[in-house]
Design a protein around this ligand. Sequence first.
Ligand code: 5GP
Length: 135
Amino acid sequence: MTIFSKILAGEIPCHRVYEDAHVLAFLDIGPLSEGHLLVIPKEAKAQLHELSDESAAAIGRVLPRLARAVMSATGCTAYNVLQNNGAMAHQAVMHVHFHIIPKIGSAGLGVGWNAGKLDATHAGELVARMKAALA
Ligand code: 5GP
């Protein structure tokens, strides 16, 4: 059981911003900037690829609305939506969560972006493999 399951069960308090049948949103206890919000499915799955279509759709439906609320409450005009999967990818709590992180001056998410260059042949192979996985 993760800390977010305990929050969902009401065993641990949180600063609740939004709730519906499938989704809960609350303030991050360790904000990178003012208004840093966490949006979680009620479905207890560790990583995004495990989520049901129903939970995924419910989160997708409210993310823009919650982003507008964060912008309105903080006055920010820029923000990042971050969703980490796996300890290697900086996931600490193994219950799916989306961060909405206002960028306010230097406060907010710092992003390292070591871009490579897409090779056309390899791109074709990757697309074929992904299409096969989707089929
Ligand atoms: P991750 O690195 O897994 O994507 O981020 C987990 C986030 O959950 C962190 O930003 C951390 O501050 C937040 N967090 C961890 N425990 C609690 C808690 O008990 N309450 C709240 N509100 N946030 C938490």
